[in-house]
Structures are given as structure tokens and as C-alpha cells.
Design a protein around this ligand. Sequence first.
Ligand code: 5GP
Ligand code: 5GP
Ligand code: 5GP
Length: 209
Amino acid sequence: GRAAAQDYDFFYLVLQWPGSYCDTKQSCCYPKSGKPAADFGIHGLWPNRNDGSYPQNCNPDAEFDPSKVSDLLSSMRAKWPTLACPTNDGVRFWGHEWDKHGTCAADVFNEHGYFAAALSLRDQLGVLNALTAGGVNPDGGYYTMDQIKGAIRDGTGFEPYVECNRDESGNSQLYQLYFCVAAAGDSFVECPVLPRGRPCGNRIEFPAF
Ligand code: 5GP
Ligand code: 5GP
Ligand code: 5GP
């Protein structure tokens, strides 16, 4: 039959800095494959509407099946590592992202296409290279919002939304980056709308991992 009409306008590709997930009061657990690389990992690829709302959990019957992404699992372990406790192999995190977000983009992605696209988009950006080339290093130092956004814009061509969280001492730190991807899932675009969030302040820690 006919595919359902697309129920979203773009995607957020959300990347997380592991150092900022782990140095919080809540702490973290490394996955079974060991400590992830000191690089940005994927949180998810989230369909979103221009009015800020988003569809979720669109197909309870399309349960995550790791065997459909067997050729991607080693890349997923490296670039989409779970840091939640207790220690696990990542299937819980990937399954959650697929069930909640991926199933809402069935017009462009099957399960394999969803994970392959997120991995490819992350690699295209090279965010950590962009930051360090702009003098923004994960060394526990503090940076302004303009330094962070400027380095990423200069290095990748796109300006992300920056989400901060707090380390154990209460310092605001760079936690997640939101980039926008066209509804076809194949190219970056300027964000039509920014996620709601709290201000980071202008003294933003970039912790080591
Ligand atoms: P939080 O409460 O941590 O901001 O968000 C919890 C979860 O809700 C996120 O991990 C994500 O799954 C979903 N979410 C939050 N904000 C957005 C958004 O702006 N767009 C989409 N598509 N999902 C979101
Ligand atoms: P969202 O916030 O996308 O709805 O869902 C995040 C869910 O995935 C939460 O239930 C969280 O516990 C789980 N999760 C597992 N590993 C990670 C991780 O490394 N980072 C984040 N942000 N959430 C993770
Ligand atoms: P502006 O008018 O300077 O673009 O931003 C308006 C408000 O949105 C400011 O309070 C600023 O803190 C917030 N804002 C803009 N971009 C970002 C961002 O990337 N991350 C966060 N956390 N807040 C932002």
C-alpha cells in the first residue's frame, strides 16, 4: 500500500560528549566493549516538526532487531556507545532510539538505513576535529558559547544548538550538540527551530574523558 505521509520536517542529529555524561553526580558505566574513545558519540537521530513538536514511538510492531544491523555493530559500539548503568552491550540504548525515534521515519529509513545514516552523518561532521582546530580542547578548560559555536561552524559548515549539563561541582559544561538534517535524512541544513533548553551561560567547561 501507499506509505504514510511524512509526519516531520527535519531531524536532529544529537551527539553527546562522554566526559560530560560521566562526570555528573549520577556518574556512568562504560559499555561491555570497554571505555569508549574520547570523541563525540551519537545519542540519536530524531524526527522533528518545524513547530517544535515531534512524533514518537510510531510502530510498536517494528521491534529493534540487532541481526538487521550486524554489519554495523562494531561501528555502533565505537560511535554510538551507551554510558548508562548498569554496564550493557548497547542494545538497550539503540533499541530505545529505534523504537522512540527511528520508527517515526519509516518513510525514509528501515532499521539498517536509520543506523547507517546516523553513523555516516556523524562521520561527515568531524566535530571534535573542528573544535580542536578552533582551539577548543577537551582539557577541562572553559570556553565561551561563541568560541564553541564558531569553531564548529568554521570546521563543519553548520552551527549546532549547544546543550549543557552540570558536573559534580555544579559547573556548566558542553554536553550535547544538536545538528539539523533534511527530512530525506541525507544532508545537513540550518536548523528550522531550536530545541527548548536552559541557557549554558558564557563560561562553559569542556571536560576531559
Ligand atoms: P530531555 O527530557 O532529556 O530533554 O529529553 C528526553 C527525551 O525526549 C530525549 O532523549 C528525546 O528522546 C526526546 N526529546 C527531547 N527533546 C526533543 C526534541 O526537541 N525533539 C525530539 N524529536 N525529541 C526530543
Ligand atoms: P531519550 O532521552 O533519547 O528518550 O532516551 C535516552 C534513554 O536512553 C534513557 O532511558 C537513557 O537511560 C538511555 N541511555 C542509555 N545509554 C545512554 C547514553 O549513553 N546517553 C543517554 N543520553 N541516554 C542513554
Ligand atoms: P540569541 O538571541 O543570543 O541567539 O539567544 C537567545 C537565547 O537563546 C539566549 O538566552 C541563549 O542563551 C539561548 N541560546 C541560543 N543558542 C543557544 C544554544 O546553542 N544553546 C543554549 N543552551 N542556549 C542557546
